[in-house]
Design a protein around this ligand. Structure first.
Ligand SMILES: [Fe+2]
Length: 601
């Protein structure tokens, strides 16, 4: 009988469910996509129902259920933290718990009652440790027979950083670092101080850091202050946070604002305050410190394991700038990063850990990664799409065979239109990779501003990422490997630095300078967060880029996620149409259907 394992992550950030059958990944999705609540941390009932439906199995057929962390260990950490920070008192401690804890003490009970409501039996529940789940999600789907494993996040039970060695179906934990000395929480603290949302605004800090002036005295001074006063880094990459500067362990806030202000002479930015150069410089200083630590840890991981392959997971592995630098390490041959590197991926890791470790099952032949391009979510047929779109009077639509569909889409991109591109199964993880994407012309300097303001309604300082034909990546970027999950940031080739010289310009004006041949996807520091598109994992997207290349000479587009600010990426065709109607997006391609708004055409 087939062994069906359900993995679940929940109650912290970005809940998800994943299903594997006899070790093969069948489906995985985040709850936010169904509930439409961004980073939904509730029990992922909708995602669980979806993965079962995708596999065509009933709850009674599921042989094991794996939750991505151990509840009791977490409870123990809570109590210990309380004692460690005793002067603040029990009241303050209990009040502070929701910052990183919420209802976790009771979550075993909660999981059981949620599972019963979905008609599961409670006896099948397993709890692999949080970082083992991350490590499993990084190693088992990777294309490597053996690899060093590095997982770094905010906080698991106690650990927030693990170095391990993966070989065959085994994972051996070699080193751990414990709460509260956490790189993820340090970066979240910077995120908080710069006025962004903790747990979701971290990548904005990374985007902002590109505007920082690396040569400025201010940036260097910020970096030195962080290293002198806030983080003490050792040679092996382990470190201590000076807890006088942080309040996440005992209070509702991340930072001790008074201490930070004394140190940096910069006030904490409120959400609506204008971004200034000083914020970018502080973001860059923090980014450099993070890179320093991540690089040292990667070296330690390679040294300890003797491996030349490195796999990454945990929220910090979403920092593509740091990942791009790791790639240059001497002694590293190849790197693989779990696309759902954050806690959503823990659901998949927990299921894989159960299969390979608890059940001691071997891995299948390993040559390519087994994430299937991370297209593991729901897909919809043309019949379903046709029935849905016909209900909207305000839309005109037509059905096209693939070759004509690709031609019409490419023509629109060439004309400078913004195209919603909805195909196949939804991506698992935070990035849209060409199935729930908004596309535009990467060579058009106006596109970044247009998409940010008219479609995404968001801060215009943030860059867009390119999707490029895998075989053409070296034509545009200094990248020697593939980057299928948009988790590597590298330099753009043939940049035009003269555009910046001698002109007095403000912070935001820099965005509109034409920096390269592909300005819409070139960040202000001449880098790009690259997705390489392969024939193997996304044939239709790859064909689209080839048609674009045949017509324009370049198989590269802007690819940004199909959503507006503060909403989750669209899941169903209906979500896509609603988003299309709410924005100034010009054209929507849903499967083989092309949609326009009637009043415009
Ligand atoms: Fe985590």
């Amino acid at each position: 009988m087939a062994e069906i394992i359900l993995g679940i992550s929940a109650f912290f950030h970005d809940s998800a469910a994943a299903l594997i059958i006899d070790g093969k990944i069948i489906a995985a999705a985040q709850e936010e996509r169904f509930s439409r609540i961004k980073n939904d941390s509730a029990f992922p009932s909708n995602a669980v129902k979806y993965v079962l439906e995708e596999a065509g199995v009933h709850p009674g057929e599921v042989s094991q259920i794996a939750f991505y962390e151990k509840p009791l260990l977490k409870f123990e950490r809570l109590l210990e933290t309380y004692h460690a920070f005793a002067p603040y008192g029990l009241k303050s401690f209990l009040k502070a718990m929701p910052v990183w804890m919420k209802d976790k003490i009771f979550f075993r009970r909660m999981i059981n009652s949620e599972l019963r409501a979905l008609r599961f039996s409670r006896s099948k529940l397993l709890f692999p440790e949080h970082h083992l789940s991350h490590a499993a999600s990084a190693f088992y789907p990777s294309p490597f027979e053996e690899a060093a494993i590095l997982t770094i996040d905010g906080v698991g039970e106690w650990a927030n950083l693990v170095i391990a060695y993966g070989s065959g179906n085994k994972i051996k934990i070699l080193k751990e670092q414990h709460f509260p000395h956490s790189l993820g929480l340090f970066y979240s603290a910077i995120t908080y101080y710069l006025g962004f949302q903790v747990n979701s605004g971290e990548y904005k800090v990374m985007g902002l850091a590109a505007y920082g002036d690396g040569k400025a005295e201010e940036t260097k001074a910020f970096e030195n202050k962080i290293l002198d006063k806030i983080i003490d880094i050792r040679e092996d990459g382990s470190f201590l946070l000076n807890m006088e500067y942080f309040r996440f362990a005992t209070h509702l806030t991340m930072t001790n604002d008074k201490k930070w202000h004394q140190l940096f002479k910069v006030s904490r930015r409120e959400k609506e305050d204008n971004l200034k150069q000083v914020h970018a410089n502080l973001a860059l200083a923090a980014q450099k410190v993070l890179e320093k630590i991540v690089l040292k840890l990667s070296e330690t991981a390679l040294d300890l394991t003797g491996s030349k392959n490195l796999v990454l997971a945990g929220g910090v592995a979403l920092n593509g700038v740091a990942n791009g630098k790791i790639m240059e390490l001497e002694g590293l041959t190849d790197i693989w990063i779990q696309p759902a590197a954050g806690d959503s991926g823990g659901a998949l890791g927990a299921a894989l850990a159960t299969w390979h470790i608890s059940l001691n099952k071997e891995r299948e032949s390993i040559s390519e990664d087994s994430m299937q391009g991370t297209y593991l979510g729901p897909g919809y047929s043309n019949e379903q799409i046709g029935a849905m779109v016909s209900k909207y009077n305000e839309l005109s639509f037509h059905y096209l065979e693939e070759s004509l569909l690709l031609e019409e889409t490419v023509e629109a991109i060439e004309k400078g239109l913004v195209v919603g591109w909805f195909q196949g199964r939804m991506e698992f993880g935070p990035r849209a990779l060409g199935n729930r994407s908004i596309l535009g012309d990467a060579k058009n300097p106006e596109m970044q501003r247009k998409i940010n303001l008219k479609i995404k309604f968001r801060e215009s300082f943030r860059p867009f990422a390119p999707s490029v034909l895998q075989e053409d990546v070296s034509k545009y970027f200094h990248l020697r490997n593939i980057s299928p999950y948009m988790l590597l940031v590298k330099e753009v080739k043939n940049i035009d630095r003269n555009q910046n010289s001698g002109k007095p310009h403000g912070f935001m004006e820099r965005l509109n300078e034409k920096r390269s041949y592909i300005p819409a996807v070139t960040h202000v520091d001449y880098t790009a967060r690259i997705q390489t598109v392969s024939q193997r994992t996304n044939l239709r997207y790859w064909k689209l880029l080839n048609v674009l290349k045949a017509r324009t000479g370049d198989g590269i587009v802007i690819n940004t996620s199909f959503n507006i600010k503060d909403e989750p990426i669209v899941c169903s065709p209906q979500d896509a149409v609603e988003c299309f109607l709410k924005t100034e997006m010009d054209m929507l391609v849903l499967g083989n259907y092309v949609l326009y708004k009637k009043n415009e055409y």
